[in-house]
Design a protein around this ligand. Sequence first.
Ligand code: HEM
Length: 454
Amino acid sequence: SPLNNIPGPWYAKLTSAVLKWHEFQARRTTYVHALHLRYGPAVRIAPNEVAFASATAVKEIYCSGGSGYDKTEFYDLFRVYGRRTMFTTLNKEHHARRKRILADRYANSNIMKGPSLDGISERAARFVNRCAQSKDGVVDLFVDLHSYAFDCVTHHLFHPYGADSLGSSKDEEIMREVAFDDSLRNRLLEYYNPPLHKVFGKILHLFAKPRETPLADNFVLGASQKADPAPFTLLDRLHGPGFDLDHLDKAAECLDHMAAGIDTTGDGLCFLMWELSQPANRGFQKRLQDELLSNPGTNYDKLPFLDAVVMEALRYTPPIPMSLPRYVPTGGREIDGFVVPEGTIVSCQAYSTHRMDQTVFPDPDVFNPDRWLADKGDAERKRLFFAFANGGRGCVGKHLALAEMKLLLREVYSKFSTAPDPSMTARDMEMSDQLISARPLGERCLLSFTPLAL
Ligand code: HEM
């Protein structure tokens, strides 16, 4: 096989067992990254699977022909209500058709509109009020940032029928069901061995929990039936012309976007604020506060240091750090100088594309927002930046996510300084890989909030 020419550990030619073992331990990302460090930017990780970590591979796999190679059946695991959505569609034409109609809901011009942005600003203010009222000034960001992300994304999907988990314990329960989901092993078994999963499903449930989110499912089924959502919402577009979708199709699309918008933005902000709170990064926190306080009326999108902090956090701890698997198309392809036969599973992972090329990202394991302000190398950095993926199947919610992140950071750091609570350990904040995103291993992130003396 031409795959024998690709570097990698000897056992990867024979078995995928080692890779799977790491996946079941929730640490696929760091395992694949360790292989990259040892074997280089192209590495065979299983008999039929190759991982890449270069800008040329990103371009070939995710951007060739517009939306890159087709997704693999891995994405079947994300199907909801038995329906395919924009995210889970494997077929390019189906995807393009749906995206053409939905994409404008996520265009920056739509996000920046008053009612959409006002909803995010309101929730950021609510978040800060909660911090101000917290006991001893200590806040569990893991919980509250998931609530913030849940409230923001449902505002964008359903307003005025969005959730208020920062204010209502009933809605917080829905958020917790999604954020604390513990079904990784069960879903991996479903992917790797569907017959076993089907026959022994009930027994498997005893030691590998299935994904069960009845409260979230009901919330979305109810909200997506509303006939009069605000014009900027996704639901309004799904009700509009150009679509012939039944209620379950609409609910599935909305549930997918809701799930895509909770852990990513919530965990991304959580890792970011943790990093910015470290004693070594106090100087960065102070510079951010200075920028925010001296530019109170400036649009959140026009603050260079705020932008650099967000970009660096998404580089350093990407919320979706893991491989995004695709099939090599008919006829095979050449990727990074290697011939790869059709049907091979290939992927890049953000964690590694953000670290492997040290001419572009020197000292990649150091959190340093200043690298994004350097005069030279901007185009190279952007080519390797993969936190939102790339090409036609990259993140459609990118502008919404960035607005949520920047508005929250502005609200917090123009009023408070943050520091880690002494009970927190570095292990609490290690990456725990879920199916595609990663969250803090300890499922908590306690920071103390000290009001600024203004
Ligand atoms: C910091 C926050 C976020 C990050 C890092 C992120 C990252 C990503 C990545 C890497 C993908 C590609 C996944 C793949 O190919 O398997 C993706 C796709 C997607 N994201 Fe996001 N995302 C974020 C926030 C959001 C938000 C707020 C929404 C919407 C409400 C959203 C909706 C989607 C959707 C619908 C897709 C599928 C796009 C398609 O297949 O065309 N994301 N996101």
